[in-house]
Design a protein around this ligand. Structure first.
Ligand SMILES: [Mg+2]
Length: 124
């Protein structure tokens, strides 16, 4: 069974994004603009995945695109939206894991794993 101690705090991420937006970005974009940016960044992830694993062929302009960087763009703008909406992502993460654990218990034909002891950076 997962406990609160099993979850990383995302508060430093939320504070870092907030500090950057305040200091460098000079303020938050409107929530709808950030929603559009989230869709844009998700599309950039999709573009890379389509060319890497799908039937699309990369164009010369696709050279240098970084999946890692685009995934962080998604996380970054999601944190900004969470900040604007007053969402504690640490608590939201815990609740999300609880939801998935309950919903998917037995879904894949194996006993549901209820701890993170087997999770490492190698098998994540
Ligand atoms: Mg991007």
């Amino acid at each position: 069974m997962l406990t609160t101690d099993d979850f990383p705090t995302l508060a430093p991420l939320q504070r870092l994004v907030d500090s950057w937006i305040s200091a460098t970005g000079k303020g938050y974009f409107s929530p709808l603009t950030n929603m559009a940016i989230l869709a844009e960044e998700t599309g950039e992830v999709a573009r890379i995945m389509a060319r890497r694993h799908g039937d699309q062929v990369a164009k010369p302009s696709d050279t240098g695109a970084s999946l890692a960087d685009e995934l962080v763009d998604v996380i970054w703008v999601a944190a900004a939206i969470a900040n604007q909406e007053g969402i504690d992502l640490t608590e939201a993460l815990r609740l999300n894991f609880d939801k998935k654990t309950r919903r998917d218990a037995g879904r894949f034909g194996l006993p549901a794993k209820t701890d993170t002891e087997t999770l490492t950076t190698k098998n994540l």
